[in-house]
Design a protein around this ligand. Structure first.
Ligand SMILES: [Zn+2]
Length: 235
């Protein structure tokens, strides 16, 4: 373990070999109780979640993900978004993110620590990037799951398979809802009667997490909660 994280009021501070590297800004209240999108005062869930009932119980997030190309254009910088972006290419950056999710669970969402299994959202084999460190292809959520497991002592299982290549990045919300149908399968009976903590790097519409949750519930899971590093606002 090279990284450590420390909880403070609105941030999680990260240290690499005891050197302070930056802080992840946490979600600010109020945010949607279903999908973690920012909310207007007075509402408890957002319009999108209200109009799209979900299989997943709730999606939690460390903070907001500002797509890196857009924050570069605006000249802004965001430490959490930078780590999320680089964690797709460098498995090393997944360590502080996985530790930060575990810290959020310990501090704010203790009920999730009682989950039976951690499940990483899978990618299709052709969607993997090679790791800058090892040159091996890897699935970024697997790294998050590994560090969450080491902190929370919840076992990892891999019951989900992705059925084909499908990137969501440039798709609109309605398109995402359509293409996600049949995109994941649950191939294990280990989930029967279990509470599942599903993990991914980013959630935009929540369609991917919701489809995975639907497959897990169809296969007999009791409840599925989601956790992502960064929530992107779906508009
Ligand atoms: Zn919502």
């Amino acid at each position: 373990m090279y990284w450590t994280v420390a909880w403070s009021d609105n941030e999680i501070d990260t240290y690499y070999k005891d050197d302070y590297r930056g802080s992840y800004k946490l979600l600010t209240e109020p945010f949607c109780g279903k999908c973690a999108s920012p909310l207007h005062l007075g509402a408890s869930i957002c319009n999108w979640s209200y109009a799209h009932p979900t299989s997943i119980n709730r999606i939690h997030a460390i903070g907001y993900y500002i797509p890196v190309d857009s924050y570069h254009r605006s000249g802004a910088s965001d430490f959490l978004s930078g780590h999320i972006y680089f964690s797709k290419y460098n498995s090393f950056k997944g360590e502080p993110l996985g530790l930060a999710i575990a810290e959020c669970i310990r501090q704010k969402y203790q009920e999730l620590a009682k989950s039976d299994f951690i499940v990483a959202v899978p990618r299709f084999s052709t969607e993997y990037h090679d790791d800058e460190v090892s040159d091996e292809p890897f699935n970024p959520p697997d790294i998050l799951a590994r560090w969450m497991k080491s902190e929370l002592d919840i076992p990892i299982i891999e019951p989900l398979k992705k059925t084909r290549e499908q990137r969501m990045k440039d798709l609109g919300l309605e398109e995402r809802q359509t293409v996600v149908n049949g995109l994941y399968r649950c191939v294990s009976s280990d989930v029967i009667g279990k509470s599942i903590l599903l993990v991914d790097d980013v959630s935009t519409s929540g369609c991917t997490m919701d489809e995975c949750a639907k497959m897990l519930l169809n296969a007999g899971a009791k409840i599925v909660n989601g956790f992502v590093c960064g929530k992107t606002d779906p508009d």
